[in-house]
Design a protein around this ligand. Structure first.
Ligand code: ADP
Ligand code: ZN
Ligand code: ZN
Length: 722
């Protein structure tokens, strides 16, 4: 087999009494174990290698960086149907066998008229036809077919089916045969800069920082073209395929112009068969471009020329199960291993990326203007404390927002209302003065615990009685109730009874076609007001939307997370980026109890750099990421005392072993203390070198005799701290 096997091959080996699959990671002539102990490879699953060399290296890096087992990484990198050694689907094709004389034909017509029909049809074809299609078209049975086959009058061959993932319908609604646009000056400068970097060759990362509606996609496309013209492949990552149908549609329609370049759209709705075919098409070089979410970063493209990560700041790039990798960070590392350019695009770059630009590790290209000089939308901030004081009642829609909704409805323009789902209703917020209780040591909001009426800091464990009156203004209204899309929809219907109001929530998202149908209706103007969570704020481009309302801007500010400001800022900018994308100017109404909070004020003025600057300072003061890396360790189990005991023990060992090289916080309860009947505790480790610390932590974990009911999980560079 040695001639057919190489690094990256998928093989079958018998281990114990069963067969198991393995990936060849190394070819060595001399064994370092006793020869008699070696097992023979029983079978090579696919003629092609299923992992490229850089991917094998990437797997090693991920194993060490994220502190997980190698098989867990491989399981993530190689899609299920490929790993299971599923064989490609085959279709049967039929063509003419023995030719009949005129007499025999007449005899056939008499004895078996249906067979004659089939025979005649096939005799007329120039090439072999798909069996299933022929039978369906002629409405004939398999029995008829089999009789002809047995007589040798037709012959059958089987061919590997061409189920390519690009023939699916994701992004289809947006699929228009667009001509390439003429780049504007800024786009042209950015495109040339990317090309220059690619011409120079080697690894580089560049941030494409462009305001919403500045035409980043067009710049990515020009860089993609450079790679494709050189015969190289391209990896294009989006936070989620279903949520970015327009970007996906645009890329696909543009690449459809290249007859010889096949594009795979990699998303969660692919069937096993499509997944297998898509992977194999990439591995064999038949397809060269992948557009997909996080896991597309592992596409087995040989001779990769470019990686693009759109909306690089999106937390959706982080996988929230083992291995907890960050798609953007893995993309940058892959670009390093491949020695190519990685482009990160965003209107609101993450602090991590911003710092890398500041340090000169990443380059930057900017698009400061919207296409056709369209103006950025005007943002109005509504102080909900005053609103409630004036109207003497709790309200979801402010007078200003209602006024503007009515105005848009009369003018037949469209509106989108967003509510925030990232917040917890459990932080304490005063509805009169906007005061939030914050931990003195950690600068994150304390979390309210109804069960024992306390406030707790989930980072350091600090604890206090929950105040009955606001410590700042003495108001008794220091509680917070969240609001759902349903309530907002009802409120809008009350003020605009004639308008068509549609809501998009988790329910809608789980139904495959409903989301696209709603977006389609919205585009056609059949819907006046769309109500949804911030998850739909990504990448939508509807020219007739002139009003965007952010109903509860505060919620994401009050989550116990040092990224709270960053998230809120990103959310506001992204959300307002949905307004005024056509010829009409847009307006944004933001409702908040904390109108003077930094993220809200910077978002209102559209000052991204200034916000990043201020936020970076505050992170630096507390030495939070990106100034140091954070590894979060969560312990969970049904018995809280036992879980907490093991967390304490772990912390002690870390202190003893590496205490001088790591700053440790906790153990403390997680902000979601109990999840699915498991109690959760966490330890935070701050470090400047994840790889080194992770190796130590993994070593310590191995040395502990874990009971079955205490589970421990490590998360490098966590995005969720709940
Ligand atoms: P961003 O991703 O920066 O928010 P998009 O790439 O979605 O912006 O582009 C916004 C809109 O501008 C799209 O409808 C796109 O077709 C259009 N557009 C982009 N570049 C040009 C151009 N050079 N000329 C005309 N229209 C353009
Ligand atoms: Zn108050
Ligand atoms: Zn604290």
């Amino acid at each position: 087999m040695v001639d057919r096997i190489s690094e990256g091959s998928l093989v079958r080996i018998s281990v114990g009494r069963r067969f198991t699959l393995g990936v060849v990671v190394e070819m060595r002539a001399k064994a370092d174990v006793d020869f008699s102990k070696l097992k023979l490879i029983s079978q090579l699953c696919y003629e092609q290698t299923i992992m490229t060399r850089p991917l094998l290296k990437l797997a090693e890096w991920m194993r060490a960086y994220y502190g997980v087992k190698r098989e867990s990484v491989l399981e993530t990198m190689i899609p299920g149907p490929v790993r299971q050694g599923m064989s490609p689907k085959r279709d049967k094709y039929v063509s003419l066998g023995e030719r009949l004389s005129v007499e025999d034909l007449a005899a056939l017509e008499r004895r078996a008229p249906k067979q004659k029909i089939l025979y005649d049809f096939i005799a007329q074809q120039f090439k072999a036809q798909k069996k299933s299609l022929v039978l369906e078209r002629l409405n004939l049975s398999a029995a008829t077919y089999n009789s002809l086959l047995q007589k040798g009058l037709i012959k059958e061959e089987s061919r590997i089916a061409e189920r390519t993932a690009y023939q699916d319908d994701i992004g289809e609604a947006e699929f228009v045969d667009e001509k390439p646009l003429v780049l504007n000056e800024e786009q042209d400068i950015a495109a040339k800069s990317l090309k220059a970097t690619m011409d120079k060759g080697g690894f580089a990362t560049r941030l494409l920082h462009g305001v919403t509606g500045s035409g980043k996609t067009e710049v990515y496309l020009s860089a993609m073209q450079v790679a494709l013209d050189r015969g190289q492949g391209v990896l294009f990552l989006v936070p989620e395929v279903a949520l970015t149908p327009q970007t996906v549609g645009r890329i696909r329609s543009r690449l459809a112009r290249y007859a010889d370049i096949q594009t795979v759209v990699w998303h969660s709705h692919l069937s096993d068969g499509e997944r297998l075919d898509a992977w194999m098409a990439l591995a064999s070089g038949k397809a060269k471009v992948v557009v997909g979410a996080r896991s597309a970063v592992f596409a087995p493209i040989e001779n990769l020329g470019l990686i693009v990560v759109d909306e690089e700041h999106e937390p959706a790039y982080k996988q929230d199960e083992t291995p907890r990798y960050h798609g953007r960070d893995v993309a940058v590392y892959r670009a390093f291993l491949e020695g190519i350019l990685c482009v990160l695009g965003s209107a609101t770059p993450s602090l991590e990326t911003y710092r890398n630009v500041k340090r000169g590790k990443y380059g930057i290209d900017r698009l400061t203007m919207r296409i056709d000089d369209r103006s950025m939308p005007m943002m109005h901030i509504v102080d909900m404390r005053q609103e409630i004081a004036r109207r003497r009642q709790a309200t979801q829609l402010s007078t200003l927002l209602v006024e503007k909704l009515r105005d848009r409805f009369e003018k037949k323009e469209q509106s989108i209302l967003f509510i925030n789902r990232r917040g917890f209703s459990s932080s304490m917020l005063c509805q009169d003065c906007g005061h939030v209780e914050i931990c003195d040591h950690c600068s994150v909001p304390m979390t309210y615990h109804r069960s024992d009426e306390t406030l707790k800091c989930h980072l350091c464990g600090d604890e206090a009685d929950a105040p009955i009156r606001c410590p700042s203004c003495k108001s008794p209204k220091i509680r917070w109730k969240g609001m759902g899309t349903q309530r907002i929809e009802d409120a809008v219907t009350r003020v605009l009874p004639k308008a068509k109001v549609v809501r998009i929530d988790a329910d809608t998202m789980s139904r495959k076609h409903l989301f696209r149908e709603i977006l389609g209706d919205f585009r056609l103007g059949k819907i006046d007001v769309l109500v949804g969570t911030q998850m739909i704020a990504k990448g939508l481009d509807f020219p007739n939307v002139t009003l965007v309302g952010m109903v509860d801007a505060d919620l994401s500010l009050h989550i116990p997370d040092f990224r709270a400001n960053e998230r809120t800022f990103q959310l506001l900018v992204q959300v307002s980026g949905r307004a005024g994308r056509g010829d009409l100017a847009g307006e944004v109404v933001v409702q908040t109890f904390t109108p003077h909070a930094d993220p809200i004020q910077f978002a209102r003025r559209g000052e991204v750099d200034a916000f990043l600057e201020v936020e970076a300072e505050s992170r630096e003061r507390f030495q939070y990421p990106p100034y140091r890396h954070l590894i979060r360790q969560v312990f969970r189990g049904p018995n809280p005392d036992k879980v907490s005991f093991f967390a304490e023990q772990f912390a002690k060992r870390v202190e003893a072993q590496v205490g001088d090289r790591v700053e440790l916080r906790g153990p403390a309860p997680c902000s979601i203390e109990k999840m699915k009947d498991n109690y959760r505790f966490q330890i935070w480790y701050f470090t400047s070198n994840v790889g080194v610390l992770m190796a130590e932590l993994v070593g310590i974990a191995k040395g502990i005799n874990w009971p079955a009911d205490v589970i421990q999980v490590m998360d490098a560079d966590p995005m969720s701290l709940s």
